[in-house]
Every structure is written in C-alpha cells, then in structure tokens.
Design a protein around this ligand. Structure first.
Ligand code: SF4
Length: 102
C-alpha cells in the first residue's frame, strides 16, 4: 500500500500587529494605544479616547492583531513580527489586579 503525502500549501503570511506598525502610538497619558494616522480601532474606549486600545494589551503581550490593520493602506512595518514569547512586559498570569489602570 502506498502512502500519499500532500504537498504543503502556500504559507499564510503572519498577521500584522500593533507591535509592528510605526503608526501605533501610546497616548500622552500612557494609558491607551492609538493610531497616529487617525484610524479608529474597533474597540470601545473611554469618552476621552474612544476607539483606542487599553495599554494593558501591550503590557500583557496580547497579540494586538486588529482587523483594521490587516488591510490598512497606511501600515508601516518596522520589522519582522515579534514572537509571542517576546511580547509584553509581564505574562497575563502574573498580572496583579492592583495594577489596574483607572
Ligand atoms: S496598520 Fe493602519 S490602522 Fe493599524 S496602526 Fe498602522 S496605520 Fe494605524
């Protein structure tokens, strides 16, 4: 009996993330991430900074692969994707609720 092997298909490109785009900026109060090209992230935010992303996503090393960035014409890649193990400052399991930003 012969065994059939399937040739691997084309590799999917890695998703774009906010770690890679030069236009993703931390807001001046240090609590949110916004797009300096004016694109609105599809997440609710506080009234003072709607459509921005909570900084805790960056601190915890979340993927931050927003749908809006995947086909954005203003995407400005700073380098290769950041491997998951090198993202963030602290693992989500080590997060202390006392550090919650208000
Ligand atoms: S990919 Fe587009 S929407 Fe996302 S941060 Fe960059 S410029 Fe802004």
């Amino acid at each position: 009996m012969t065994q059939r092997f399937m040739a691997p298909g084309p590799k999917k490109p890695p998703k774009r993330s906010l770690y890679q785009c030069a236009h993703a900026k931390v807001t001046t109060d240090g609590k949110r991430i916004s797009c300096d090209k004016g694109h609105l992230f599809p997440r609710p935010g506080p009234a003072a900074a709607p459509k921005t992303l909570d900084i805790r996503s960056l601190i915890k090393g979340k993927p931050m692969e927003l749908t809006i960035c995947q086909s954005c014409r203003d995407y400005d890649e700073m380098g290769p994707p950041v491997p998951p193990g090198e993202r963030g400052y602290i693992g989500a399991k080590d997060w202390n609720p006392l550090w919650e930003i208000n």
